[in-house]
Design a protein around this ligand. Structure first.
Ligand code: KIV
Ligand code: ZN
Length: 524
């Protein structure tokens, strides 16, 4: 193990709750945001970008409460380049022990054209808004959005203005995921060489993954002198996402021989955070995702299995336990007791209160009756399901019977509790899932359109649980839902109903389209 204590520190800036939450359908509830922020804080994230306070009342409330609760992390809010945004941001983050205002404006030719500012007018706007932010807060981050497509001379000019106006961190966003590692490094090097005062501030790198190079671009920027990486758990984020926190943290650790930098992250918390973010965002992690994918540590081929059994290092560059993945995927069965379940859950990062454990135990026993062996992944799915079926939900699946097969007809009989009252109907469809969804729609008519329906097997075998994810959209509001069950049709209906319950919550909170995703970043 290399002693990294004397190595330069790279700050980890997590924007799962801001840029990550901007992914269509990834909206999290207030409680979920607080929980994720708490976990990021415990994990050692230096700066948490908690939201975009001007975007909605909900975002403001979440950033304020996260700021109040934070123990160690700096809490940052996003603001466009205008006084109203910056003031609102400060109102939210000022409660933190360590607050930060992050203000930005698009500086590339395409972005300058949107507010219709010429180069000089934009330079003036940057000076005024960064000075205003700095008068409110000692810790100010400024970003020239679309920096990687901004003319080099102009980028140097505006970065110098922002530093003179008091910015303490300059973030270089590759907003559209356009750059590549050599260029990402060159931009940081150029700014360090050409901009007066560049050595007195921290340069950050903020990369998007449109060409699959976000992690490589971020690490190249660090080699060139950036000392803050902006990233999200599971690489969540707009379009193809952002640099993944788990990838940069593990790359810096595994290749510390050529990337001699340290972070303050407790990597053993990665897996738990990855699962929680996947659950609350409704974004399933692809099986072959680096570090946190289901297959990231699985060796299928005989040659690999043989090699790993003789010496794990033959085919493994890191150990599962380094990211908090339990080594022993010990199967639990119907004879396992509450104590074993509690211990297993703890090992997997779930610190359950007594009532949560009781609920989990009942569900575990029911699952163990249907499934010979209950694996870690089954327990994760079970926990996920426990959370997505809250007793206060408007809609609850009470009973489902389906008829299907080669002969037809495909029918479903469904009892749904709506605001505590049971309603039953029959419906037909192209298959059992279609028939069951039609039954839901008959009992609770709505205008939402089903945009995505995905089924995954949690483990191997025909008795495996299926996890189902759905995404629906209504008037610009997007809601996701998920559920798991050994019966795919049951999981499908529960996931659909879960999405509808989330839609109901979103209808209560906002007018159509009135949420963070509809705020135009260019309206500065
Ligand atoms: O990608 C981007 O440019 C951003 C900015 C708001 C920093 O997320
Ligand atoms: Zn971004």
């Amino acid at each position: 193990m290399i002693d990294t204590s004397s190595q330069p520190r790279v700050l980890i800036f997590d924007t799962t709750l801001r840029d990550g939450e901007q992914s269509p359908g990834a909206t999290m509830t207030h409680e979920e945001k607080l929980e994720i922020a708490g976990l990021l804080d415990e994990m050692g994230v230096d700066i948490i970008e908690a939201g975009f306070p001007i975007a909605s009342e909900g975002d403001f409330a979440a950033v304020s409460e996260i700021a109040r609760n934070a123990r160690n992390s700096t809490i940052c809010g996003l603001a466009r380049a205008n006084y109203k945004d910056i003031d609102r941001c400060w109102e939210a983050v000022k409660h933190a022990k360590s607050p930060r205002i992050h203000t930005f404006i698009g500086t590339s030719p395409l972005h300058r054209a949107i507010p219709g500012l010429d180069m000089d007018q934009m330079a003036e706007r940057i000076h005024d808004t960064v000075s205003h932010a700095r008068n409110l807060c000692d810790n100010v981050q400024w970003s020239p959005m679309d920096a990687t497509r901004t003319e080099a001379d102009y980028l140097c000019r505006v970065v110098e203005i922002a530093i003179k106006a008091g910015a303490t961190t300059i973030n270089i966003p590759d907003t559209v995921g356009y750059t590549y590692p050599m260029e990402s490094a060159q931009i940081i090097r150029m700014l360090l060489e050409r901009v007066p005062g560049a050595d007195s501030i921290v340069f950050a790198t903020h990369c998007h993954n449109d060409l699959g190079m976000a992690t490589a671009n971020a690490l190249a920027a660090v080699e060139a002198g950036a000392r803050q990486i902006e990233c999200t758990i599971n690489g969540l984020g707009e379009r193809a996402g952002n640099t993944a926190l788990e990838e940069v943290v593990m790359a810096l650790r595994v290749r510390n021989d050529i990337l001699p930098f340290r972070t303050g992250i407790d990597a053993t918390r990665i897996m738990h955070l990855s699962r929680r973010v996947s659950t609350v965002s409704g974004f399933v992690v692809q099986p072959n995702k680096a570090i946190v994918g289901k297959n990231a540590f699985v060796h299928e081929s005989g040659i690999h299995q043989d090699g790993v059994l003789k010496n794990a290092e033959t085919f493994e560059i890191m150990k599962p336990e380094h990211i908090g993945l339990t080594v022993k995927n010990i199967a639990m069965g119907k004879h396992s007791g509450r104590a074993a379940l509690r211990a297993k859950m703890k090992e997997m990062g779930y610190d359950l209160a007594e009532n949560q454990l009781n609920d989990a135990f009942v569900r575990f026993k029911a699952l163990a009756d249907r499934k010979k062996e209950v694996y870690d992944d089954d327990l994760v799915a079970l926990m996920k399901d426990q959370e997505t079926s809250a007793t206060h939900d408007t809609l609850q699946v009470k009973r489902l019977r389906v008829v299907c097969g080669t002969e037809g007809p495909r029918e479903a009989e469904l009892t749904l509790s709506i605001d505590g009252v049971d309603h039953t109907t029959d419906a037909t469809g192209d298959g059992p899932v279609d028939a069951a969804f039609n039954a839901v729609d008959m009992l609770w008519p709505h205008r939402a359109e089903l945009q995505l329906y995905q089924v995954h097997a949690v483990t191997e075998g025909t008795d495996a649980q299926a996890t189902v994810s759905v995404r629906i959209a209504e008037d610009g509001r997007i809601a996701t839902g998920s559920s798991a069950d050994t019966d795919t049709v049951v999981a499908s209906v529960k996931a659909y109903v879960n999405a509808l319950n989330r839609l109901i919550e979103r209808r209560k909170k906002s007018a159509p389209g009135d949420d963070v995703k509809s705020v135009r970043y260019s309206d500065a």
